[in-house]
Design a protein around this ligand. Structure first.
Ligand SMILES: NC(=O)c1ccc[n+]([C@@H]2O[C@H](COP(=O)([O-])OP(=O)(O)OC[C@H]3O[C@@H](n4cnc5c(N)ncnc54)[C@H](OP(=O)(O)O)[C@@H]3O)[C@@H](O)[C@H]2O)c1
Length: 119
């Protein structure tokens, strides 16, 4: 979606993209060491590498071996999707240095996603 809209954003004097991420996507919560190394290798990040991590996660999840392979046991898909989105943010920000591209964590907010337990 971002790639599709970037030509419009480039017409702006101060274009920006803010991804809504989560602190749950921090690399410290990606317990699979291989995935952590790939996503943390900022200089060599590519979309293909990020997709490779997600494909491996999905494969292990479908086979029921995600815990033994070191993927997070709790909220694993959420953590992985946010970690991948953070990596995508870095890739896009590098590709489009003229656009301010960031991701944020909104904090623990009272919404549907946490059954209004947020603060
Ligand atoms: N709330 C928190 O404490 C918290 C903390 C950290 C990060 N975040 C992040 O903040 C963002 C917003 O979450 P929220 O707290 O506002 O939760 P929310 O109230 O549950 O809102 C989630 C929104 O995503 C939409 N959605 C879900 N699946 C979708 C799909 N497959 N395609 C299109 N839209 C979809 C939902 O649409 P419908 O209403 O139509 O279902 C809803 O509008 C999320 O990315 C979440 O990870 C939230």
């Amino acid at each position: 979606m971002c790639e599709a809209l970037i030509s419009l954003l480039q017409l702006s004097d101060s274009p920006g993209i803010v991804y809504v991420s989560s602190s749950a996507g921090k690399l410290e919560y990606v317990s699979n060491e291989w995935a952590k190394a790939v996503l943390g290798d900022v200089e060599n990040l590519t979309e293909e590498r990020v997709d490779g991590v997600l494909s491996q996660y999905l494969k292990d999840y479908k086979e029921g071996s995600w815990e033994t392979k070191g993927w997070p046991a709790y909220l694993s898909a959420y953590k992985l999707s946010k970690a991948a989105m953070n990596a995508d943010t870095r890739i896009l920000a590098k590709k489009y240095p003229g656009i301010c591209i960031n991701c944020v964590c909104p904090g623990y907010v009272k919404t549907d996603i946490n059954y209004y337990t947020g603060i």
